[in-house]
Design a protein around this ligand. Sequence first.
Ligand code: ATP
Length: 514
Amino acid sequence: MKKPDDPLKSVISHAKSYGFIFPSSQIYEGISALYDYGPYGVILKNHLKTYWWEAMVGLRRNIVGLDASILMHPATWKASGHVDAFSDPLIDNKENGYRYRADILIEDFCEKLQQKIDRELEKARKRSGEGFDKDHFLITHPKIIGYQEQKKQILRRMVCSLEKEDLADVKDLIDELGITDPQTGSRNWTDVRQFNLMFQTRIGSLAEESSTLYMRPETAQGIFVNFPQVQKSARMKIPFGIAQIGKAFRNEIIARQFIFRMREFEQMEMQFFIPPGDEMQWYEYWKEVRMKWHLALGLGFENYRFHDHDKLAHYADAAADIEFRFPFGFKELEGIHSRTDFDLKNHQLCSGKKMQYFDSDKNESYVPYVIETSVGLDRLFLGVFSSCLCQETLEDGSARWVLKLPSCLAPVKAAILPLVKKDGLPEMAEKIFDEFKWKYALAYEEKESIGKRYRRQDAIGTPFCFTLDHASLEDQAVTARHRDSMRQERIPIARLSSFLEAETNMAKILKKSI
Ligand code: ATP
């Protein structure tokens, strides 16, 4: 099995050619970081949603679902901190309008200092050979001490200026360090400005000053504002969770890497409400449970890792990412945050409504603490799609593209293929199709050679092809071809349903996932 040479390029082109993902509004040249899911893409995405929903809501008694509106009262985003804090410091090149995150330009400068340190170390290691004492060298070599000190001072000044919102000083720092546009080498910078990532829209009927609404940048706040209603109506006892799948919108500056970073995307989030003081225990619990859920997909243990955050979001007291090995390296797939009582407390303050819970076991009321698990559906799609796509060379020297999706996620579970378009085979095949279409997503193909039909089903990830030949008329059986091994076996038509049930049922993976 071979992974393609430029994996991301192959993924994008395969997704487009086979109806999984298209660039949005392509007849108008597309629009950056927006994508549409095609006929097979939408089914795969729905299966991923089902996998998450069943594991988080369907199979648990202590988590319930919600579907909150995308547009919310603007006060929500003031209370959540997104109006004031959900922004990036930006700087533009005056000559061509190229836009950059100012903090990332400075961090990249420091990374270059680190590379100088690493080069000095390497030279010294080569000079000294076996007995090289790295720790001693790091604290005694004047050049290295200089670089380290410079790096420390730069980062300290940047963090301090950002915290004080002294953007003029961030610009001064960029000028003093002589940082140039990485693409053009120019230093013709604008001032640094904060750029809020939330999209705005207007609502007609409200008064002028409050008519600006935001497209939600995360689904979580819909859960927080509904906390008291859900808790009371569903009679939930803490600890319990509320889960939601829905669209979120961010005006991302660096929108690239296909559906990894989009401006409109879908999140699958769960907020778990707990007594104050229990947060670390539940944080560790959810880290483990969520990793288990990912691993159950069978994409390989080595493709996942945790990354604990040093720099925490404004609402969190602990945070970790589950990272996945995307075609461009390990990157965040899911975030797990201990959000304290930050959100509920602020909503209580801003709305004047109680966000407390009466704990009958403790005989006291409190604002619950929250552990959040938040996975991007599109990133999950990209991870699954890219790691399952491979190119194989067959015995006759020809190549096939095959999408080795877990069977329960495959958009089409089986293709019904009459070997020839005559002698009663199409009629027999259609009869099988009509009998099983109620339970399984099937394809029916009678055109082209059987080899070409297999190739097409391989490319969209169909785990089984059932071919009818002349013998089928006699023995009432089909040849079942397995997608990954290409193994063929004869199966009686009377056994097809139990075969598909055993092979494609999601319960098999779900059992391993929780
Ligand atoms: P990043 O650091 O990559 O920008 P984040 O830390 O801002 O992500 P969260 O706010 O924790 O992300 O959102 C939870 C999840 O939502 C992420 O783990 C990711 O899977 C998904 N997500 C966030 N931003 C985007 C985006 N622009 N496009 C697609 N998915 C996204």
